[in-house]
Design a protein around this ligand. Sequence first.
Ligand code: PAF
Length: 283
Amino acid sequence: MKVFHSVRALRADLNRDRLKGSRVGFVPTMGNLHDGHLALLKQAKQTNDIVVCSIFVNALQFSLNEDWDKYPRTYQSDCEKLRETGCDYLFHPDDIEMYPNGLDTQSRVICPTMTDVLCGASRPGHFEGVTTVVSKLFNIVQPDEAIFGIKDYQQLAVIRRMVEDLCMPIQVTSAPIHREADGLAMSSRNRYITDEERPKVIVLKDALDWIASQIKIGNRNFSELEKAAAEQVEAAGFNVDYLTCSNSKTLDLAANDDSEITILGAIFTESARLIDNVSLSGS
Ligand code: PAF
């Protein structure tokens, strides 16, 4: 695996690869890689000649009170995992390389839809930070295909919309949620969960599955379902950020005649905020 810290060096190699006709796949990450990330890379390898992974903990998508400074940075073990997975290029820029003019005057990419609900409601500015950095990364790597996990369902929907709106010639592919043995969705932030909380956090997935099972048997009283599921989460000792039945495409609140519904949830443990989702099609 070749490691690049500068935009210029990465571009030079990718330009050569493209001239030879190579198809480029891209997996953007913030590092602290787990099996979920590695599954994205394996998926990228199946349909591309060169696979690029980026590791950059993007300050622009964290608010001041969030965990940017303590976000786990595990560069050496990430490199080992990437090598074992067969990643071709790692792009690992520092803040100056990505934001040479500083954050305050950085031009931004704003997606005006789907970004102020769900995670966007409790993390103002988060998606603007994501769309800005992902656009920059797309411009740097110019991939044919970019792969994102469905665990960050809202992020995936927003990026798809950005790519469509801005005519970016990139195929955005989704990859299934990777789960621990008990069903907990894999996430870099799972390491914030305490030993005492760990057996209980599965209540988020259980609550989403319970709502899904109710919808499947014809219960479309979404607000009642959300309320009852929130009570299940609170009974396990966690605070609910949101548990919402949404239209899978628009992320508007689910309507009675919606056939594609995604149930999204976010809960707070003592020091982690966990998200998960379950989709129902033809429901
Ligand atoms: O999902 C992530 O890890 C980040 O939001 C991303 C897409 C790498 C942008 O910083």
